[in-house]
Design a protein around this ligand. Sequence first.
Ligand code: MN
Length: 242
Amino acid sequence: MIAETLFISDLHLSAARPERTMLFLSFLEGRAFGVERLYILGDLFDAYIGDDDNSSPNHEVKTALRRLVTSGTAVFFQHGNRDFLVGADFYRETGAGRLGDYAVIDLYGKPALVTHGDLLCTDDILYQEARIRVRAEEWKRKALSKPLFVRQWYARWYRFKSGLDKGKKNQVIMDANPQTVIDNVRCNGVSILIHGHTHRPAVHEFGVDGKSACRFVLAEWKETGQVLCWNASGSWVIENIN
Ligand code: MN
């Protein structure tokens, strides 16, 4: 295994984007093959409606992740707002490790905080309220008890609606709140924060209590992908995947 850790997020894979699925599958067989760890920080899927949905691309993606895990790469997955219904069967089938909403990981001697990123957007109060509702065990249990075709219809409606809402919402409230970022860096005792969700790829340097910290915002995958690569000597690079 190569002593290297890769971070990706926001692939938004769906049946409507087969070329993006191909890009991801070739990434798993190519760039990610042989690396020590791969972190997928949420929104791997554009609308995940339950582990029992094995339609394209879910089946291919799960099979390819299993192959990578079997080859020796540790794969970790964190829920995004689009795929928070990823459940126990997904982890069993792929062999991926499950991360909580906030996880502190060891990056070759340095602690780093990883999160999908939606929890950092605390200015979007309506979103945060809705998030609490749909993340309740009772809501998830009820949703997953509906027949697959009902969930598919619901997902289609949701994507349509969230597309409309996005246009209406103020761009500022849809970004990470700077104070929330600082609070999380401080209370987790880290100087590295890695997240996705906002689709505003950047490397932000800032200060917390007189110490410098760094926030890596991962990019959404489109025609090309992007991956943050961290090696054992502590240096990092952002690579394009095509
Ligand atoms: Mn997201």
